[in-house]
Design a protein around this ligand. Structure first.
Ligand SMILES: [Zn+2]
Length: 341
């Protein structure tokens, strides 16, 4: 691969796009092309990871690491330079089109089923769900929640006749043969009923959110949530889970604050729909800034946005975990802010 090929790869796949797919949440920092958020490469509570979208470069003031997209992939996935380039080329490859039986499809369903079986075999997983306020066994089953302990997926799938190469191509294992998901609670992401991705929430100290390469799918459970005249849009699946548990079945989730064109089209499928945006009120204010700009876009698209602020910097998950009731949350919805006209 020549230097020109590498430059072209980086132009085709802007660093910021790659990070947002992870998903990484950022806010604008000063000059127009700068963004800042929590560092995906080390554990921190105050954001020190900067991205310059024009130069296509990152730098973390916390761990002192920086560089371009390929450097980021090397560090984030612990891959060599050639493996990082190969990984990025696979990520850029167009998703399989045509009938719903692309190469990843028939792999993700058995993987999700395997992870579901693991959930109750490992005490740490139900304990984690309990901590996050997810208690209803029927709901856990309905959402298809599973657990990836790490280190056993490859053996299971290979024993069922799936080739090593296909597991790598789907991103389920890395080029060294290690499971992509390790000690993570897994939620299958569906679109039109089929699983198009898996979201893994770390139960330990490692980078909290991870999706497989490729599309994050549509809005979570839009087939049911979209039937309501109003929608509650949250950032994370644990937010969604506690809201469903409390009876707010019109809650949906975009997996992050950045909506894909598919998610955008879904939310706009009913003109005049009222959309309650309940993003995290994190320390760096990224969630609230994202809510504000999304609300403006929704309003110009003919929808009725409402920005919901939860007390004491809570997100929906922490709010319910701290003891809030459905009535408390309804109270917050009723006090939601409209955009100034
Ligand atoms: Zn860092």
């Amino acid at each position: 691969m020549t230097g020109e090929d590498l430059e072209q790869l980086k132009r085709q796949f802007p660093l910021l796009d790659y990070l947002r797919r992870l998903p990484w949440t950022a806010r604008r920092a000063g000059p127009r092309h700068e963004f800042v958020g929590l560092c995906p490469l080390h554990r921190e509570t105050r954001p020190s990871f900067y991205v310059n979208a024009r130069k296509n470069l990152f730098y973390c003031h916390g761990c002192g690491r920086g560089g371009d997209l390929i450097r980021f992939v090397e560090l984030f996935l612990s891959l060599s330079f050639p493996d990082s380039v190969a990984h990025l080329r696979r990520e850029l490859a167009p998703p399989p089109s045509g009938p719903p039986s692309g190469p990843a499809d028939d792999l993700l369903a058995p993987t999700a089923a395997f992870y579901q079986l693991q959930l109750h075999r490992r005490p740490e997983a139900p304990r984690y769900l309990q901590q996050r306020g997810l208690r209803d066994p029927a709901l856990i089953e309905e959402l298809g929640v599973g657990y990836a302990p790490g280190g056993n997926l490859r053996r299971h799938l290979v024993a069922h006749g799936y080739s090593f190469d296909r597991l790598i191509a789907a991103g389920l294992i890395n080029d060294q043969g290690c499971d992509a998901f390790c000690q993570r609670v897994i939620f299958p992401c569906r679109q039109h009923g089929r699983i198009v991705n898996l979201y893994g929430r770390s139960i330990g100290a490692t980078f909290p959110h991870r999706l497989l390469p490729g599309s994050k799918g549509g809005l979570f459970a839009w087939e049911s949530a979209g039937a309501f005249p109003t929608a509650i849009l949250v950032e994370g699946l644990f937010d969604l889970a506690v809201l469903w548990q409390a009876g707010f079945r019109n809650a949906t989730c975009a997996l992050g604050t950045h909506l894909t064109p598919v998610q955008w089209a879904q939310l706009s499928d009913r003109p005049g729909r009222c959309v309650y945006i309940v993003f995290d009120s994190d320390e760096n204010d990224a969630g609230q800034q994202a809510a504000e700009s999304l609300a403006q876009r929704l309003a110009s698209g003919g929808l009725i946005p409402r920005i919901v602020q939860l007390p004491d910097g809570h997100d929906p998950n922490s709010y319910f975990v701290a003891g809030a009731t459905a009535a408390d949350f309804t109270h917050c919805l009723n006090r939601a802010r409209s955009l100034p006209v």
